[in-house]
Design a protein around this ligand. Structure first.
Ligand code: GLN
Length: 312
């Protein structure tokens, strides 16, 4: 690794200081009531290197709702169960639409554009349910997987967030029912939604998230535990999807500014991968118009620029 790693801690502290002072913080998601109450002043960042060193600044230890970042992990799990057969039910193209849009689903006959927009993630949740008898078992399996990749048994879902998503999730319910009408859900839409809301409701800190994402930076194997999660080829492909689809209709802008595979969530978190080098998690709850963390993207832009981490 190059010399810039020696000043990584200072760099993270400088970025944190700069962004903490900013007034334009974006707006926390308000359509999920518990998220609306999170202060936009929070800021945390953690970097886990493939050589097992970790660096952090700000509130990197404070758990937050990972929301759609969980879709990277459910996709990983579903590919492990179903392999490439999963791609018959969900595509690998950016949608250019909002994460909760229904527009393309009719034109494309119930096949969502990619696994990170909500309809794609619902199909992935359905694929995960295929082997279990009940949604609870699938939720348990997802949590066990997260604990395994992060090497941390404390990770869990926040039942209040899952309940709030269910109570207000009319669009997701519409998407699930619509997918079912096209024959692209095999389980009861309510069960699929139950799994989906729970994995979105998982809480993790930046540090836990950076550690959980390390397998994507390290050819599919967690360097801390030595355990293999996916093949190097699959890790590469998940990174490709994060680069092209991980920020919905803001994916092009994120690739342009940051130059790293990344996945955002409406809780204000972003997981980014520097292949071969590091996994980064940042959290700033205020969102931009595309539902991605406003200052989170800026932090990653600064970090990637200073460290020379863009893949381009
Ligand atoms: N649970 C959220 C939703 O369904 C996740 C969206 C997101 O993080 N982009 O709407």
């Amino acid at each position: 690794m190059d010399d810039r790693i020696n000043t990584l801690q200072e760099t993270l502290e400088e970025i944190t200081l700069t962004l903490r002072a900013r007034k334009d913080r974006g707006k926390p998601a308000d359509y999920i009531p518990p998220l609306a109450h999170v202060s936009p002043d929070h800021f945390g960042i953690a970097v886990a290197l493939t050589d097992n060193r970790t660096f952090m600044a700000g509130e990197a230890d404070l758990p937050f709702s990972i929301q759609s970042i969980s879709k990277v992990f459910t996709l990983t799990l579903a590919l492990g169960m179903h392999g490439d057969a999963l791609w018959r039910r969900v595509g690998r193209e950016p949608s250019g639409d909002a994460f909760n849009s229904i527009v393309l689903l009719e034109q494309e006959k119930g096949i969502p554009r990619n696994p990170f927009i909500n309809p794609g993630a619902l199909v992935v949740a359905d694929a995960l349910l295929a082997r279990a008898r009940a949604p609870r078992e699938t939720i348990g399996e997802i949590l066990r997987f997260l604990r395994f990749i992060a090497d941390d048994d404390t990770i869990s879902a926040d039942p209040a967030v899952a309940r709030a998503e269910k109570a207000t999730g009319f669009r997701n319910a519409a998407l699930a029912n619509y997918l079912h009408s096209w024959g692209n859900l095999r389980n009861d839409p309510d069960h699929v939604l139950g799994v989906y809301f729970h994995h979105c409701a998982v809480t993790m800190s930046c540090l836990q998230l950076a550690r959980a994402g390390l397998y994507l930076a390290n050819g599919g194997r967690n360097p801390a535990t030595g355990r293999s999660v996916v093949s190097p080829e699959r890790a590469r492909r998940i990174n490709a999807l994060m680069m092209t689809c991980g920020h919905y209709d803001g994916s092009g802008d994120f690739a342009y500014r940051v130059g790293l595979p990344g996945k955002s969530g409406v809780g204000g978190g972003i997981l980014a991968v520097v292949p071969g080098v590091a996994s980064i998690a940042v959290w700033s709850p205020g969102l931009n118009a595309n539902g991605n963390s406003h200052l989170g993207a800026e932090a990653l832009e600064m970090l990637s620029h200073r460290m020379g981490w863009s893949v381009f």
